[in-house]
Write a protein of this length. Sequence first.
Length: 165
Amino acid sequence: MKKGFLAMMALSLTIGLWLGTDHSTASALSCAEPRKVTEELKTSDAVFRGTLASSHPKADISKSKYVFQVSEWWKGESDAPAITLYSNGWESFETGKEYIVFADKSGQKLKPHLCGNTGPSSSVDVTSLGEGIQPEKPASSSESPRPGGILAGLIELIRFLQGKY
């Protein structure tokens, strides 16, 4: 009888404590204070300034991706004018806005750091990174052959060949 009474008291106390606890608040991921940008540069595979050109969300977050038009590189593929980043599940980028991105390769995919200095370019001080490298500009349309120019060349070639034979 004494064991039953103690068991009943322990159960009542446990249930009372559980019901009496406030469960209305939730905890979320909280990052520590970001490192200095120069320290994060050393540990990153890519660091760049770019404008989000497009985003491609997927049900499987690991397949969601973002395409950035790069205006300045501090580390990474310094000649690439555009780069694709894959989601880490926590970033929030807006199309048309400029960002400073610190990223690492995960397999073959480049992903922004989960916690760090990645953010809108207006809120990240990059002066300590020095001057970055401008990516190569895509070839302009005036440098590529025009269809009219090729056609005119073919006509001249035919006239030349007809006159010779």
